[in-house]
Design a protein around this ligand. Structure first.
Ligand code: SAH
Length: 459
């Protein structure tokens, strides 16, 4: 490490900013987050800075002298003039100050990191100037991980430390704080229920410790594949889960976001195999929750769309377990986005139909012709193997075989592919291009058109 991160004591100290323009103002904004007194050294200040002086939040000094730097916690130099920057830097160093000259790394004792501010929780990120874009990316990831109310929870915990030290025996304190920061108090605070969070912690203190952990089940949508199409709620639950049961279609990149020590259990049904029949999945989920574990049942896309959600919900409810459903982005939405269009188009397709081609064994074939009327986008899930039957039904019902069809497989992932053809060409096109599951087949029948002429099957 060329630079070493430290948190400077700012209370009761002063920070000097030399310069009166935008760069000086940027540093002033940053320093206003701290308890330091601000001293602005410049003959003239821009309106933002002079407002700070008027409000009594900063003091202006118009003549430069070494004395202003003595005892300063930090000195920022942003005069906008190279020669002056060097001269001020030399003077500040002579006073023994820690100096940062804006945009002149060679003259910096200290560099300001990217900050994720949940005061009093502060994360500082630095790449030592090698990759500022990466620092910003890390910052935005941290911003999503740390809910805005986290600082309030930490401050609240700080105020309670003496009481916790009095009431909770030393060997149980770590468990107690873990419960505060990963259990119900944090969840309550995160959803904006500060009073509930406070009551939970105070009740636990009154009872000499938190009530035994209750298991819970969350049926969580993992989205179509790309990890950044996950919802923030799904991400939070993945980070809180003790155990995650996931499907074949859940992308490994999504699982990567789970808590490092969470147990991960694959309960997918490999094609042709059925190692994990639904009953067994229901049973293990409920059993884990009954042990007091936080269970995430991670399903691709939206768990409420062709995800056998109702069966797992019913099993959980029958066992008296609380169950939460977290919607996700369904494959059809992602596939439409990949094609650069919406699922509906005003005036052309005012209706979108999500249908599965693979129903319960023994059920009759879907009523394809009933679904596909003019003005409809039909999004067919699990349709690759059943395409020939579907086309036969549609053809028998007199649906134009010239309707445009788009197939997107592995939407939103690195393996994504897209094919366009007509309804009549669908079976051959799937075969010719070796389209494999998972894929969405869109059939569009726009209003006012019998069919849309398309070029020969194109990949
Ligand atoms: N609950 C999921 C659907 C599960 S059924 C959702 O809401 O998306 C499984 C089917 O979903 C697959 O056979 C395929 O038709 C579709 N599917 C899932 N992920 C997909 C993806 N990334 N690209 C295209 N289709 C996908």
């Amino acid at each position: 490490m060329k630079t070493f991160p430290m948190f400077l004591q700012m209370a009761g100290r002063h920070v000097v900013i030399v310069g009166g323009g935008e760069q000086a103002a940027q540093k002033a904004r940053l320093m206003l987050k701290t308890e330091a007194r601000l001293v602005l050294v410049a003959p003239e200040l821009d309106p933002e800075l002079s407002d700070l002086v008027c409000q009594g939040r900063a003091e202006q000094v118009t003549t430069l002298s070494i004395d202003v730097f003595r005892g300063a916690a930090l000195v920022f130099v942003a005069t906008g003039c190279v020669g002056l920057d060097y001269a001020v830097h030399a003077l500040a160093k002579e006073a023994g100050a820690l100096v940062n000259v804006v945009d002149r790394p060679a003259l910096c004792d200290a560099v300001t990191p990217s900050l994720v501010d949940r005061d009093p929780v502060v994360v500082a990120i630095s790449t030592e100037g090698t990759a500022p874009v990466l620092a910003r990316l890390i910052k935005s990831q941290m911003e999503t991980l740390l809910e805005p109310a986290l600082g309030d929870l930490a401050a609240f915990a700080g105020r309670l430390r003496p009481a916790v030290a009095r009431v909770i025996p030393r060997q149980e304190r770590r468990f107690f704080w873990n419960w505060v920061f990963s259990g119900p108090p944090r969840q309550a605070m995160a959803r904006g229920a500060a009073r509930d969070a406070s009551r939970l912690v105070k009740d636990a203190l009154a009872d000499g410790g938190p009530a035994p952990v209750q298991g819970a089940i969350a049926l969580v949508g993992a989205g179509p594949g790309a990890a950044d199409l996950l919802t923030l709620r799904a991400l939070r639950l993945l980070q809180e889960a003790d155990v995650i049961y996931y499907d074949r279609l859940v992308d490994p990149a999504v699982l990567e976001l789970a808590r490092r020590d969470a147990e991960r259990v694959f309960v997918g049904k490999e094609v042709g195999a059925c190692a994990w029949p639904q009953d067994r999945i229901n049973a293990v989920i409920v059993a884990a929750a009954k042990q007091g574990r936080k269970v995430v049942r991670l399903k691709s896309g939206d768990p409420g769309i062709f995800g056998r959600l109702e069966e797992e919900c019913a099993a959980a409810r029958a066992a008296g377990m609380p169950v939460e459903i977290v919607p996700g982005i369904t494959a059809a939405s992602a596939a439409a986005a990949s094609l650069g269009r919406g699922l509906t188009e005003r005036g052309a397709t005012d209706r979108v139909m999500l249908a599965t081609a693979t129903c319960k064994p023994g059920d009759p074939d879907p009523d394809w012709a009933g679904m596909l009327q003019q003005g409809t986008t039909l999004a067919v899930y699990m349709g690759v193997q059943k395409a020939a039957t579907m086309v036969r039904h549609l053809s028998n019902a007199g649906i134009p075989m010239t309707l445009p069809v788009e197939i997107v497989s592995h939407a939103s992932t690195a393996r994504e592919t897209g094919i366009t053809c007509t309804l009549g060409q669908l079976t051959d096109a799937l075969h010719a291009h070796g389209v494999a599951s998972p894929a969405i087949i869109f059939i569009r029948w726009a209003k006012g058109s019998t069919a849309l002429a398309l070029p020969e099957c194109a990949a």
